[in-house]
Design a protein around this ligand. Structure first.
Ligand code: G3I
Length: 365
């Protein structure tokens, strides 16, 4: 693995002789560092994280310029059972806290095949779309049109192994409108929230693995079809749930990002964290944290070279709250976020700081 100045900076970042540039970066919040580089930094948050009584509110406030509701904006969280009256209280609380603290909100996600209202999994006709889905998109995007600057309009539309020639995931939305559901969702979102940047969000697009190559092909094909049809889409959200077990080849990822740039789209990293526990192989916790930071630096340094990169969101700030730790017995102590279980800064935080501090976007914001 070749070492760049930046990777050396990042690799030693957690050690006592952190270079002065980095030392100052640790006193300045990641959101501020990102803004100085022409980008944004944020985190997924829950209602408790950002309530006045939130035990770590100071961290979510001090580190983030952007917040993303972890699940509270999803259809199933707003409408537990199809036909229910939506319950916006949790969302409204996050929106109010964001307004109070000057945070911008990424909306996540208007359309996703998971966390659906009970009964929505049976929807299958265009009439179902008109009766349930279209009003949902219009209502939520409209309600938060002044609070959400960037929406994940559709999440995880690609699944090459669902058997379709279009490499698209067969979901209830696909059953209702075929592949047109994506374009229709974006058009409805633009109508309801004309100022928001509208993103297609997905995962597993970064590693030199055959199954990810198929996903990249599916994603590029879908994006090209949407743009050719004049669909109002502004960016690709790459979740970046990274994994130390997978093979990375920077030229492969760089080539993919160049294709996205050539389409004129923004890129955002929308759910960054690192899975490292399953192949930790007896390494100490501190070595594992450095290894997670190095994995992030390896992948993100390519993304940070892209003029299209608009921002980075981590999927939480502390390992203590990470969804990854619920993914199996070998994941219970995964070290994959910028802060550890005790909310102490981890090397991944320094990696992000050094990436923001050592690069300037070439993106004409
Ligand atoms: O604790 C609350 C409970 O108080 C509340 O009454 C209940 C109502 O639904 O929800 C409970 O919280 C759960 C929450 O996780 C915290 O554990 C939600 O039920 C549960 O749905 C939620 O799961 C989230 C999941 O998306 C589904 O929305 C995960 O936190 C979240 O990490 C995960 O995030 C997804 C992204 O949206 C898309 N990319 C993959 C990523 C990981 O699966």
């Amino acid at each position: 693995m070749s070492f760049t100045r930046r990777s050396l900076l990042a690799a030693f970042a957690g050690l006592p002789f952190a270079p002065s540039a980095l030392a100052s970066a640790q006193t300045v919040g990641l959101g501020e560092l990102a803004a100085r580089s022409g980008r944004y930094f944020g985190s997924a948050v829950t209602r408790d994280d950002v309530s006045d009584a939130g035990p770590h509110l100071r961290l979510f406030d001090g580190e983030c310029s952007v917040w993303v509701p972890t699940w509270q904006m999803k259809w199933g969280a707003l409408v537990p059972t199809l036909g229910d009256v939506p319950d916006y209280r949790a969302c409204d609380a996050i929106v109010a806290s964001a307004a109070k603290r000057g945070k911008r909100l990424r909306g996540h996600a208007l359309i996703w095949h998971e966390h659906l209202p009970a009964g929505a999994e049976r929807l299958s006709t265009a009439a179902d779309w008109r009766r349930f889905v279209a009003p949902h998109i219009t209502a939520v995007a409209g309600r938060y049109r002044d609070a959400v600057f960037e929406w994940d309009v559709v999440n995880e539309a690609i699944e090459p192994y669902d058997g379709g020639a279009d490499f698209m995931r067969r979901t209830p939305f696909y059953a209702m409108l075929g592949s047109d559901y994506v374009a229709e969702a974006f058009r409805l979102a633009e109508e309801a929230a004309p100022l928001a940047r509208l993103y297609l969000n997905d995962d597993h697009l970064y590693y030199a693995e055959e199954w990810q190559e198929r996903r990249r092909a599916g994603m590029l094909g879908l994006l090209e079809r949407l743009l050719k049809a004049g669909v109002p889409i502004h960016g690709l959200g790459m979740q970046c749930h990274l994994d130390t077990r997978l093979h990375f080849d920077d030229s492969v990822f760089r080539r993919f990002l160049k294709r996205i740039e050539d389409l004129g789209l923004n890129i955002s990293i929308t759910e960054l964290d690192v899975t490292e526990a399953p192949n930790a192989r007896g390494r100490s916790i501190s070595r594992r944290r450095l290894r997670a930071a190095a994995e992030a630096e390896k992948v993100l340094s390519v993304a940070f070279d892209s003029p299209a990169l608009a921002g980075v969101v981590t999927w939480g700030l502390s390992d203590d709250d990470s969804w990854l730790r619920n993914r199996g017995p070998d994941m219970v102590d995964n070290q994959g976020l910028p802060y550890d279980d005790a909310y102490r800064s981890a090397p991944l935080r320094d990696t992000l700081a050094s990436l923001f501090a050592s690069t300037q976007t070439r993106h004409p914001t």
